[in-house]
Structure formats: C-alpha cells, structure tokens
Write a protein of this length. Sequence first.
Lengths: 313, 420
Amino acid sequence: MSSLEIKHLFGLRGVSKHDIRLILDHAKQFREILERPVKKVPSLRGMTVVNLFFENSTRTRTSFELAEKRLSADTVNFASSNSSVKKGETLVDTLRNIEAMKIDIVVVRHKGTGVPKFLADNSNAIIVNAGDGAHEHPTQALLDMLTIEEKLGTLEGKNVTIIGDIRHSRVARSNLWGMSTMGAHVTLCGPSTLVPRNTDLMNHVTWEPDIKKAVANADAIIALRLQKERMDDALLPSMREYRNTFGITDELLECAKDKVIIMHPGPINRGVELDSDIADGEHSVILDQVTNGVAVRMAVLFLLAGGRNNENA
Amino acid sequence: MKMRKPSSSEFPIAVLKNAKFWNGKSFELRDEVRLTSGQNGDTIEYDCKGALVLPALFGFGLDFMEPLRDDVYTCADGVDAMLRGGFYGGLYESAANPIDDADKLTAAENRFSSFGCLGSSFDIKFLGAYSKGFGTDSLAEMMELAESDAVAGFGDGNGVIPHSRFLRLAMEYGKMTGKRFFFQPMDKTLRHSGCVHEGAYSDMLGMKGIPRIAETIAAYTVLETARFLQVPVHFKQVTCGETLELVRDARKKGMDVTCDVGLYHLLLDDSCLETLDSAYHILPPIRSAADRDALWQGVVDGTINAISVNHTPVLRQDTVVNFEDSVPGALSLEVALPAIWNKLVAKVGEARAIELLSTAPARLAGSTPVANNVVVFAPDKPHVVVESDFAGHVCNSPLLGAELPSSILAVYINGFWKEL
C-alpha cells in the first residue's frame, strides 16, 4: 500500500508502523531533494496550506512554511497575536472563516490538547498537528526518528533515552509512541516532579531515575527543553540544580556509548539541559534534526494531500 | 428575563390503566389507578400497557442559572427539565447566585412561582450559603435563612472549601440552626489548574489532572471540623473510593455524615477522555474505572445515600471548543432515570433504586414526597437521546446521541400531566 491509512495527523499514538514507515521513506527522498540546487517540487501546486499558530513558534512554523513552499503550495500564515482571536472570535469561527477561503490543509499549533481533532471534526480540511498542549507533536517525533535512522541505520532494537520535563512534553509523548511502534526501546529520565505520575503510560517505556544508568546503554539521547516556568511553579528548585543533576555534560557522556548521538528539539538552554560543548560537539545531530524537519513535514503534507487527491479521483 | 412556560397540561385527575404500580415494596399490576391533585378539573386516561409507575424523583445538584445567567438557562427551563425527567422536587444551589440572606431566598422562591402554578407545584429546597457571596470574609445570615422550611442546609456553591479557620467559624455558627452542611470536597491548591482526573488518560493526553487527594484532603478537613463541632455534613458528588472510606470511618465514630454520587460518575470512567469530546468535561472529574467500581460498591453497601443529577447547563458556544477551553458541566434531569434505572436495579434492586433517586435525597433535603406524583416508565423501551429531549436551548450532555435502555412515557406531578 502506498498511501496513508490516516486522513489527518493528530499524533503518533495509534498510528501504524506502515504509516510511519511510509512517511519516513518519503522523507528520505525529500531529504535528497533538499540537497539539490533546485529544491522545489510541484507536488502541492494549486493547494493552499494555512499555518494556524495559536502559540508562539519560530522553528516549527518556519519549517512547515519551507516544506509547503518546497512542495509549491500556496501558504498563508495565521498568528493569533494579530488575528480576530484577540477580538474574541471562537476557535471554530476562526476555522470556518479560513475554510471559507477555500484552503486545503491546516497546520495547527494550540495550547489545548485535542485542538487538531476538534478542527478536523468541524471542517473538511486536512489537519496536521504542529503541537497541541502537552499532548503530541508528531512531526517533531518523526524528524527525530528520521535522524536516528539516518545516523544509526534503523530504529529497530535501538535504545533511546529521553531526559527532562517528560510530563509537560508533547515531544516526549509523540516520541515514545512512535519509537515504540518502530521497535525502539524508550527510556525516560527526569526529576520526579516532571515525569508522568501514572504507571499505565510508563508501561510502554522504562523509567530510570538515575541519569547515569539511563544513558549507559543509549544509542540516542534526546534532551528536552526545560521551561523557566517550572521553577516558578515549584516543580524544580533551580536551573543550577537541574543542570547538575540532569544536564548532559562531558562527564555524563563518559558513562555513555562512544557513538551515542545527542538530540534536542530546540531551542536549547545552553548550560542547562545541554552543555555548549555537547550541543556543538561530535555527538550532536541537532542541526541534522532541523534539516530533517523540513523533509519530514514535506512527506507528511505530500502523503496526506495525496490521500485526499486519491479520494477525490 | 425570558419567560418560557414549560409545555405540559393541567389535568387534576389522571387515570392510569394497565400499569405496574409501586406499592412501597414491589411493583404490582393493577387495571386502573386514579391519581388526583386535590383539585377539581379535567381527567386524563392513559393506557400504560404494562409500564412501571414509580414515585417521582427528587434531584440533588440543581442550578438553573437565574438571574445572572438567564441567557443560558432559566428556572422555567429547569422546571420543564424536571417535568420531562420525572422529578417532583430538588435541592437547588446556584454557584453564581449565593443565597446568603432572606431577601435572596425570597427572590429565588419567587423565580419559581413567577411563571404560574406549575412552578409552585415543584418542591424546591434551597441550600443557603454559609458565607456572603461564597467568600471567606463574612458569614451569611444563616439563622434567618434557617427559619424557612425551604432551606435544607448550607452549602459552598460547589466552590472551594474555605480556609480552616473560616470553615470552623461557619460551622460553629451554623450549628445553631441544626441544619446540615453540604460540601463538594476539593482542595483548590491540589486541583491547581486541573480539568480531568489525574490518571493514565491525563498522562497519555498531556492534560492537567486533579488528583484524588484533592478530594480526600478537603473531605478530611471537613470531617475533622465537623467531628470537633458535632455538625452534620453531606458530601456532594463524591468521586473516589478513598473519600467513601473516610465517610465509613466517620460513621463508625458516630458522626452524622451523608454523601451522594453524581449520575455520570456511575455511568462513565475517564477512558471517555480519549474522545477529547468536551461533553465529558464535568466537575468534579470523571475518574478511573476502579473509582467508578468503588462508587458502585458504595451504592451497594449503603455508604452512598443518594444519586445526584448535578444538572449544569452550558451554552453551546462554550462546549464547541477544545476540551480544556470548554465550560464544564452536563445536563442530566431529562436523562437520569432512563440512563441509570436498569443498572441500579441490577445492583441494588427496585426498592433501593427508588430510595437513591427519590426518597433518600428528599429526606435529606427535608421534602415529603407526595404519593400521587409518579413517573410512567418503560425500563425495556430503548430511547436515543436527541437535542429536543432537553429543556431550554442547551443540550450539553455526554448522552446526547446515545441509546438509553429505558424510556419515560409520561409524568404526573401535582396535577400536571406530560407525555413524552
């Protein structure tokens, strides 16, 4: 089968291995195209994509916008800070107004869990989740998976350790679902106030509170961004203690495999979750993640739009 | 204020034929029973075709929003909903309109009587506020409020339980009234910004959870204060087995503690969150399957005294948003009996089912049921819930679109007859 089983991309929980494989394989092809002098393909010519961002975003929005332009789609950016949302317009009214302008795909980021599904339930557009609350950020996880496959050959049987604020991280949730589906073994590590409290979710992964043990067998380490608000909310005492306990340092990497790769969804708090030497060092694949982000988003948009085109044919 | 008179017919005499009537112990088939409201007037005859005729219900957890939010719902809507659902009375407590002095009580009573005799026919009891404006600075005029038989006790408007000193003072003063204090136990600091049960599904979905200890710690604070002061208390809409354990322990110590459970807390568990449907946004939160089982155990062993409808209207525009931004609440008066009857009967039998839905909440609120107020009910006739089943212009219910196993065929309350 060469088309996706899903009609929208809300998250990676429940998405089949077939669909993830298809997206990653297409992303690899788009990755090659991105290395060419002419990086544009006509796949989405005539289609309109709206980037509906209710939360601030620089790199994800830019990555989506580039992906859309590389696919020759017409692109419209919508930011809530300068929209009717500020004037009290409801989410569904915003969507219906935009939809009335005959758009085909909506890429949405919102603080609320489930907003992409809500929009899909209330419109005919294809919906792509660019991050909903602490729920999922599927394209980030897909680009992480692409990067691991690119660097390590496969996800099957690889040990991936995710360190940091797991509880509030949509990136961690998407990664643990997606990577588990693809046969990787995921270990979570972080302060006890920042990891999920209930075991059901943890049944899918290994929880290792000792960071040295957590990185010892890792083939890939994903450090999550630590938000300053966590200190204000009394979830952590200080950035300093976090760095000393859960930060990725040269000293910590002495406990890890020689060929371990270091990843981060960005933006990095240098000297907190990652030391600068590590972020810029030989283990870091952070900039590869950024490039792969465009390729993965091209693949997602291409395949979802292709599914709709097949339906309409 | 909108004035929509509920649609019903006045027939002071109803002759019900071929029905199984509740005789206080069991249902017995009778060819004909004549019900009168004590007034002269027209008679209606109705063939029940073997349906059950059971005592009309008494609803805990009513809030019809008037006067501040009569754009959402009115007392007329509420009475219409009660009639549709077979409720002859209920315990009313408005979160937005605290009844903290006698004038406000009179105003609340007048709202029900202002649209005619139908409104006056329902036995509405009120929870007075124990503080002014549900605040924590000043006590409400509890002694004056308690002079009215319509005041069943004192409540918190489903808000947070105040700081311990004010709680003590309120109960200490309110003890003079002899009335019961009603609390929905919830520690606001532990609730924080949570909107769903803290558990497997909140973790999976990345939604902020409300832990069980938010309820148990608040309940424990109330119980200790009540034990110290010897004041009777009632917990509204208990959601977990741990709180029921506290209630059991308190009773063993001789305390006068009662509690109720919300309709939807017996019907649902937090797996419903997977749908991300704002219809399931209910407070206190729907908890896990294990909690639901513990609540059913509390129903079976008698720890739970009553089933609450917690009828909370929400405008459509406040539900057609993503879950976390939606306004919590669900309608239930119209669907409670058909949704819960068969499950209740299977667990506790018909007599206890009637007690939980009618006589026990009525007793706690100081209402005396009238024998001629009845519901004609078909337990095995399925019914798909549609928008028009609900009174008013709102329809926020997780049961909208669901097929209920039973149907209400007709109700007769103080001379008002309605066929559904």
